[in-house]
Design a protein around this ligand. Sequence first.
Ligand SMILES: *Cc1c(COP(=O)(O)O)cnc(C)c1O
Length: 371
Amino acid sequence: MGKYPQITVNHEALRSNMKQVISWCRDEGIDVAGVIKASTGMASVALDYEYCGAKWIASSRMEQLQRAKADGIKLPLMMIRVPMLSELSEMLEICDYSLQSEFATLKALEEEAVKADKKHNVILMADLGDLREGFFELEELVDVAKYVEDRFDFVHLAGIGTNLGCYGSVMPTKEKMEQLVAYAEAVEDAIGRKLEIISGGATSSLMPLFDKEMPERVNMLRIGAISLVGPQEDLRTSYGRKEVDVLDEAFTLEAEVIEVKTKASHPIGKLGVDAFGQKPNYKDRGMRRRALLAVGRADFGDIDDLVPQLVGAEVIGASGDHTILDIEDCKDVIKVGDVVQFKLKYSAIMRLTSSENVKINEVDRLYGIKL
Ligand SMILES: *Cc1c(COP(=O)(O)O)cnc(C)c1O
């Protein structure tokens, strides 16, 4: 009892996606950093990535990387949110790689690394117009790179990277990738050697790869979403990528029905605001059969991130702890105690895997690490 709501992790589907993505990248000479933040850093997901051939395990959260390490992940760990000054000493213990965009942080990192007697690799981020993290001016990027190269003994300049399509919705076009390589080569001219890594972005940077437009020197992508969530809507619908042939069933939500009744579809009485202070529009569709589920926005966030698998069912609303499903058009008879299933979009997976109210049910997971 008390098994629901539950998120099921289908590790076989996950590994199938990871293998596909890693083989796409390998064909173009690109190594994959497996990003685990969408699944709140589950070590079993990191293990899938390790098994499928990722070269790094990456996350934006130190807690998740720490857990991966404690649970026995052997791959080098990479911190992909530019680190806080306050977490540098912890980062040195846990991670071998990090993305960086501040001179002050790099200086503090070198100091800490000297104290800890620990080497650490950095990838300097170039902001190519998406306007989140990264050096905005090439000149500053080159100056800082040269400083790291000439003056630091423990912090090693491993490469240059960028991130696109997160804040500014900027697409990772061929031109942007070529600009990244040009930046890397400007750094190489200044330091007098080749960089090991040119990190071309996240899932969205698979687009130039599909188009065979990825410059040869880009040799790392940091991939999370497409392996975990499946065919990404942004790749598929916005950019019409039919070739995004991966499974969308790695994570599913199962929730239990706690009430089934036929009710009016329009609220009755003088309307104010809902549980979240909003004034939704309610459509009057007459009397409709509906099921109430014991799961809510406290668990998954937004109803748009749930895709009901029950044919004919529609999610019509949710409050913190309840979700309302219109089941008038369902062929199946739904009754109290039934369990209904949903496929999930990115942020629902992120929230459900971090909610203490949601049980995690792992299917076909690999063994060999502490979990
Ligand atoms: C989240 C993140 C990624 C992975 O993005 P996906 O879209 O999940 O593939 C890569 N790089 C950075 C810096 C990130 O924050």
